[in-house]
Ligand binder design. Structure first.
Ligand code: NZQ
Length: 389
C-alpha cells in the first residue's frame, strides 16, 4: 500500500428519527444565526423543511435562507450565499439536501471567510486553507455522493465552463444527520443515479494501482455488491428501510476517504463527466453511467487481472472455457446490462447531447488522470465521447 494520512472530522448521527433527537442539541454550539440552505423545493414537499425549521425555532435560532440551490451548483450561487452569510453574521450553515446542496454549503463556508477570489484560489487550483471556514452541518435527503462525510465540493463555473471539485479536510461538515426515511421521496431516476454515483466512485478507486493484496480493494468489492443488491431492493420497494439504510451508508463508505487510502485512484470518468456537466448541465450519476462501460473497454487490457477479478468477484461471471480477456469483457457487459436494467441511460443522446454539441471542445477541456491503467489523450477522450453518442 502507498503511504497515507487519514483524517475525517465529521460526526455522524445515523437512523430514523436522528434529526428530531439530535439537531437541537447540535446547534447549541454555534451562534444564534443559522443559514438554512436547500434546493428547489423537495424539502418543502416531503416535510423535512418544516421539521428542521421547527427545531431551529425551538432552539431560538434566527434563520437566514439560501434557497434554490440547483443540481450542479454554480459559483454564482456560492457567491450569493457567501454575501448573505457575511451580511448576517451567520454562525452555522445548515444544508438540507443531496450532494449539490452540501457541496454548495461547503463552498459558501470558504468564500464567506475569504477576501480573495475563492474560485481561483481553491477550486481552479488547489489552495492552502490557512483559515477556518464557517462551520457546516448537514441533513442528508438523497444518498449517493457521500459529500456529508468529506471535504469535497464540486462547483461549476458557468462563465469559464469548468466543473471541478476539491477535497479540503477543513470543509468536512462538523456533523451529518442521516435518516434513511428522508430518502423515501427521492424519485426513482435520482435514486438510481445516486446509487450509480456511489458505484462509480468505488470503481474509480478499485481500478487503480496498487493491485497486490490490499484491504481497500477487498472493502471495495463488498461495497459494490452491497450497492447493486440494495438498489434492486429499493427499486422494488422504495420504502424498504434496510435497503435505503445500506445505500445511504454505502455512499459514506465509498466517499469518506477510507477506501482511497493506499490507492492511486483513477477518476478519469468523473473528470469527463464534470466537463460534460459544465457544458450540458447533465445529471451527474447518469453521465457517469454512460461513460463507464465505454471507458472501461478502452482501458481493460492495461488492467486485465483487475478487470478479470471484478468480473468474477463482483458479477459472478462463470470462467469455464473463457480466456482472461473474455472474462474481463463479460464483467464490463454485466455492468452495462445493470445500467440498462435499472433505468439509467447508456448513450449521450439520452442526456440531450447530439451531433451539434462540440464534443471536441468538451474533450479538450477534460483533465487527464494520472492514476488510470492507461493514460488518456484528449483524442482518445473524444473517441470515447463519440462512441457514447
Ligand atoms: O433541489 P430539490 O428540489 O431538493 O430536488 C433534488 C434535485 O432535484 C432532488 N432531491 C434530493 N433529495 C430529495 C429529492 N427529491 C425528493 N426527495 C428527496 N428527499 O434530487 C435532485 C438531485 O439532487 P442533487 O443534490 O443534485 O443530487 P446528488 O446528490 O446526486 O448531487 C450531485 C452533485 O454532487 C456532486 C456532483 O458532481 C453533482 O454536482 N458530487 C459531489 C461529490 C462530493 N462532494 O464528494 C462526489 C460526487 O461523485 C459528485 O461529483
Amino acid at each position: 500500500m502507498n503511504n497515507f494520512i487519514f483524517e475525517n472530522a465529521t460526526k455522524v448521527f445515523f437512523g430514523a428519527g436522528c434529526v428530531k433527537e439530535y439537531l437541537r442539541c447540535l446547534t447549541k454550539h454555534y451562534t444564534d444565526t443559522v443559514m438554512l440552505a436547500y434546493g428547489g423545493g423537495s424539502v418543502k414537499e416531503n416535510g423535512v423543511y418544516d421539521e428542521v425549521t421547527d427545531i431551529l425555532a425551538q432552539a431560538g435560532k434566527r434563520i437566514i435562507e439560501l434557497a434554490d440551490i440547483m443540481p450542479n451548483p454554480t459559483y454564482a450561487k456560492v457567491l450569493e450565499g457567501a454575501k448573505l452569510a457575511k451580511e448576517n453574521n451567520v454562525g452555522l450553515i445548515l444544508g438540507i439536501g443531496g450532494g449539490s446542496v452540501m457541496d454548495c454549503c461547503k463552498a459558501v463556508s470558504v468564500a464567506a471567510r475569504y477576501d480573495g477570489d475563492a474560485w481561483t484560489d481553491f477550486w481552479l487550483r488547489p489552495g492552502i486553507m490557512d483559515f477556518e471556514p464557517l462551520p457546516v452541518g448537514v441533513v442528508v435527503t438523497a444518498a449517493g455522493t457521500g459529500s456529508e462525510c468529506n471535504g469535497g465540493a464540486v462547483i461549476t463555473n458557468e462563465e469559464s465552463k469548468v466543473k471541478t471539485g476539491r477535497d479540503y479536510p477543513k470543509c468536512n461538515p462538523k456533523f451529518a444527520l442521516l435518516d434513511p426515511t428522508y430518502t423515501y421521496s427521492v424519485p426513482k431516476f435520482q435514486m438510481v443515479s445516486g446509487g450509480f454515483d456511489t458505484l462509480s466512485y468505488i470503481m474509480e478507486i478499485y481500478f487503480s494501482e496498487p493491485d497486490e493484496d490490499n484491504v481497500s480493494d477487498d472493502i471495495a468489492e463488498a461495497l459494490m455488491k452491497n450497492v447493486i443488491r440494495n438498489l434492486w431492493v429499493a427499486i422494488a420497494d422504495p420504502q424498504d428501510y434496510n435497503a435505503r439504510s445500506n445505500l445511504m451508508w454505502d455512499a459514506v463508505m465509498a466517499e469518506n476517504r477510507i477506501i482511497k487510502l493506499g490507492k492511486c485512484t483513477d477518476f478519469q470518468c468523473h473528470q469527463m463527466e464534470h466537463q460534460l456537466g459544465a457544458y450540458t448541465d447533465c445529471n451527474h450519476g447518469a453521465g457517469l453511467a454512460v461513460l463507464h462501460p465505454v471507458y472501461y473497454r478502452h482501458i481493460y487490457m492495461d488492467g486485465l487481472n483487475k478487470f478479470r477479478r471484478f468480473a468474477v468477484n463482483v458479477w459472478g461471471v462463470d470462467t469455464d472455457g473463457k480466456s482472461d480477456q473474455e472474462i474481463a469483457l463479460a464483467g464490463i457487459e454485466m455492468l452495462e446490462n445493470f445500467i440498462l436494467e435499472i433505468g439509467l441511460p447508456v448513450t449521450l443522446k439520452e442526456l440531450g447531447v447530439d451531433e451539434q454539441t462540440d464534443l471536441k471542445e468538451i474533450a479538450d477541456s477534460c483533465v487527464i488522470s494520472s492514476g488510470s491503467y492507461k493514460e488518456m489523450s484528449h483524442e482518445e477522450i473524444l473517441e470515447i465521447f463519440k462512441e457514447c453518442l
